[in-house]
Design a binder for this molecule. Structure first.
Ligand SMILES: *[C@@H]1O[C@H](CO)[C@@H](O)[C@H](O)[C@H]1NC(C)=O
Ligand SMILES: *[C@@H]1O[C@H](CO)[C@@H](O)[C@H](O)[C@H]1NC(C)=O
Ligand SMILES: *[C@@H]1O[C@H](CO)[C@@H](O)[C@H](O)[C@H]1NC(C)=O
Ligand SMILES: *[C@@H]1O[C@H](CO)[C@@H](O)[C@H](O)[C@H]1NC(C)=O
Ligand SMILES: *[C@@H]1O[C@H](CO)[C@@H](O)[C@H](O)[C@H]1NC(C)=O
Length: 373
């Protein structure tokens, strides 16, 4: 049987091929005019921020960088680009559409504010920073993948948009993740990346950080997993469990939530970070990349469908509601997440909150526990 690592290697090879085939854009959709030409609402118009400089020769960071990256964020222009930027789009008259626009404006403004306040060092765009972003050239979409925040269903949608699948119902989980024929932005040449970052609709969907964390823990450690148990479970158990049994040390199965959190907060982690528990503020570089659309898992279906209509997706394509892994397990709710956190001490809860503080701040989630500050 193939290990997850081998599968990921295969997936990367497949993507390489896709990238070569797709490297010259031949989208069927005509280029969308940028807001510099016309915007429906002059009051809403704010100049586009300049794309930060590129540093395309910087080698990619290791998949699991061991040290915790610090949170100094870069300095950018505080201009907010209105989401209604295409003159071809209908002026929103419907009340619910206005609400969507308003929500986007508020969310993007907050990100700009937080980034402006906390970022300091100016940085450049590197392949690593765009490595979580998928490209859909026909509808000119860039989607930053946030695991445990609807990403499997987003990949299904991208596959349908790209024309590699006819319906989201026909795509199973493994196809989504291992042979999805989707292009990653970092596989393209520098000029192709820059052009897409400038003109495509950049999309990010996020989730309440504690719920995302508990969801990742349950998915990777409470269910059988031939990659996370040996690769993460073994070093976690061996470092944090007193008197671990031989079988626990051999399989890496049975990591407790408390052990997992001790690993997460450890500056000397025995094994590196992972995208499933990496803060979105690092995973998708929202201070650097000026996302056009910030969706939330909590309201993903209505927001994703709004976005799909907005980018001219086929009318019969709606955002699916599949739950892939362990379909019998209940989805991680706020209530369930809080139950996991009761296993921790007040100081551990505080440290987890600090760990995800930027996500809480820039995506306007309220603090998860009474006792944190
Ligand atoms: C891409 O297409 C353009 C125009 O169709 C052509 O001039 C250019 O050589 C192509 N580039 C590559 C890398 O194929
Ligand atoms: C920003 O960086 C400068 C030097 O690079 C430093 O002196 C200053 O303290 C930093 N400010 C913050 C808020 O981190
Ligand atoms: C949507 O319509 C197209 C044809 O217009 C069809 O090929 C496709 O299967 C339909 N998709 C779904 C999800 O029904
Ligand atoms: C670990 O095992 C030793 C010997 O079996 C025992 O004396 C000790 O109390 C155990 N420690 C814990 C924390 O269970
Ligand atoms: C944050 O969200 C709350 C609702 O939960 C809202 O009232 C508030 O205006 C939002 N703040 C910002 C800065 O977007």
């Amino acid at each position: 049987m193939l290990s997850q690592a081998a599968l990921e290697m295969m997936m990367m090879m497949i993507m390489e091929l896709c990238a070569q085939q797709n490297s010259n854009v031949t989208g069927t959709v005509p280029a969308l005019p940028l807001e510099s030409q016309h915007t429906p609402d002059a009051n809403n118009y704010v100049p586009v921020m300049q794309l930060p400089a590129f540093n395309w020769n910087k080698p990619n960071q290791a998949l699991h960088s061991v040290t915790k990256r610090h949170r100094k964020l870069l300095k950018t222009n505080t201009a907010i680009r209105p989401f209604y930027r295409y003159s071809s789009s209908p002026k929103p008259t419907h009340k619910s559409w206005q609400n969507f626009y308003h929500k986007q404006k508020t969310r993007r403004r907050l990100i700009k504010e937080v980034c402006g306040k906390y970022q300091n060092i100016s940085r450049t765009i590197t392949p690593h920073q765009v490595s979580r972003i998928y490209v859909e050239d026909r509808h000119k979409l860039l989607y930053c993948e946030v695991p445990k925040a609807g990403c499997s269903n987003w990949k299904r949608v991208l596959m349908v948009l790209a024309g590699v699948a006819s319906s989201t119902h026909k795509i199973n989980h493994d196809t989504v993740h291992y042979s999805n024929h989707l292009t990653r932005l970092d596989s393209l040449a520098r000029h192709a990346v820059s052009e897409r970052l400038r003109s495509y609709t950049k999309v990010l969907f996020i989730r309440e950080p504690m719920e995302r964390l508990v969801s990742a823990f349950r998915d990777k450690f409470e269910s059988p997993n031939s990659y996370y148990h040996p690769v993460f479970g073994k070093p976690i158990i061996s470092k944090y469990r007193v008197n671990a049994s031989k079988s626990a040390l051999r399989t890496g199965s049975g990591v407790t939530f408390q052990e997992f959190i001790r690993y997460l907060l450890d500056v000397h982690r025995p094994i590196g970070m992972d995208i499933h528990w990496e803060p979105v503020s690092q995973l998708c570089s929202p201070c650097l990349l000026d996302y056009d659309f910030i969706g939330k898992l909590e309201t993903i279906e209505s927001e994703a469908n709004f976005l799909l209509r907005k980018v001219g997706a086929p009318k019969n394509l709606t955002f699916p509601s599949f739950k892939d892994r362990n379909p019998e397990a209940v989805r991680t709710s706020k209530h369930l997440a809080q139950r996991y956190f009761t296993q921790l001490s007040a100081s551990e809860r505080q440290k987890v909150y600090d760990f995800f503080y930027m996500d809480y701040l820039m995506f306007n989630y309220s603090k998860p526990f009474q006792d944190v500050f």
